[in-house]
Design a binder for this molecule. Sequence first.
Ligand code: FAD
Length: 453
Amino acid sequence: MSRERLIVVGGNAAGLSAASQARRRNHEMEIRVYEKGPDVSYSACGLPYFVGGLVPDADTLRVHSPEFFHTEREIDVFTHHEVLEISTSRRRVSVLAPGGGTPEEVYFDRLVLATGAEPAWPEIPGTELRGVFHVNDLQSAVALKQHLSAASVSKAVIVGGGYIGLEMAEALKTESRAVTLLERSPRLFEAVDQEIVQVTERELTRNGVEVRTQASVAALAGDAQGIVRRVHSEKASFEADCVVLATGVRPRTKLMQAAGIQLGAGGAVSVNDYQETSAAAVYAAGDCVDTLNLVSGQRTYVPLGTTANKQGRVAGENAAGGRERFPGIVGTAVVKVFGLEVARTGLGSEEAREAGFRAAEALVQAPARARYLGGQDILVKLIGDRASGRLLGAQMVGPEGVAKRIDVLATALHSRLTAEQVYQLDLSYAPPFSSVWDPILIAARQLMHAVKS
Ligand code: FAD
């Protein structure tokens, strides 16, 4: 009797988490992973640090090789193999091997789709010019890095002020290189509220990054050699010898759409708590799927590595005969911007109102640890629900102690704590680590009053 076969499409965070967990759960199954590119199992989150020189080479970002998966986990990983089509009724995928030719039809008993996201480039002239990059995968980051070392890049323009744009601003800025960050919205980094953005923007400026908001890019222009030289926005024009497009991503769902698999929030594949799609025996995970926001109760699209790994694990477990759940997210994220940590969890003020809450806010500035030991202030914003007193979200910015404090509040959101319950938390204190009244507690006390007013 032939072995049951699991096919995984996509060989990075979600796909290989799925394959590995399926193997842990089921030692009998045949497991194949098809990856259309040359790279598998690497940290995309580390790409800005590779471009910026903190990570010495691209290989340092690789976690495991296809050989590792073959010998250690009995998983066959096929690079340069693109899945072109899925038939959910016949349980077959058609796979194009390197060198082209006729695609091979491969049967599956279970299928996990982990195709990730693709860059959402603006539809403007000039994106094909040399010197124009994105950093959504290892190959694109390697190409950018090569360009930076081969050409003398003195003026870099980043288009897009989301978290990847912010990380790239820091990665590209050097003493001899000017960096301009263009954002079409009235403010940078829409994932956090205005109070937090203001501090972040000041840090960028302090470090020599020119920030232009309401700068919608209309065209890129090149020289006679086809190398990018200018970025034209609707109102101004900027010199550039390198352009990084960090204009966001969209779920890569062409395959699923063609197969009639149902899509959900943000055009991503709609999945339930078991990472099951609308097609029988077909699971999906990572940047190609939607997920439940546990605070708003609404489906949402938040493509992040931490979620991709967890969802992949659940998809793999269930595809191999288990029954695990991925309950959802609260929207926690953190980014380093030069000397600042910027973090969020839950809903921002506007998001809370859009989700139908009557939101109240607290904003406090307090030292991350004892001032007499050099502790510096962090800015903490909490958002709460007037009706229930429940914490709805938290945002923070500061030079220290932000990244891990946000996790306390993420835990509070998972537990649906009220502002008063957060205020009563027994948090650790010693002068090198906190103030006797931790900034979280001070902010929670203020929120307790705000939700009642
Ligand atoms: P991907 O990593 O995109 O992998 C999908 C794979 O599927 C790709 O290799 C693709 O080639 C392959 N594929 C697609 N279609 C096919 C097909 N038809 N056939 C075969 N193969 C196919 N997240 C965080 O949580 N924290 C961070 O700090 C952070 N920083 C980031 C910084 C950068 C610069 C980037 C780009 C991302 C960052 N992320 C971060 C996001 C995180 O990297 C992604 O959420 C994660 O990589 C998603 O994993 P995935 O497996 O779903 O998708």
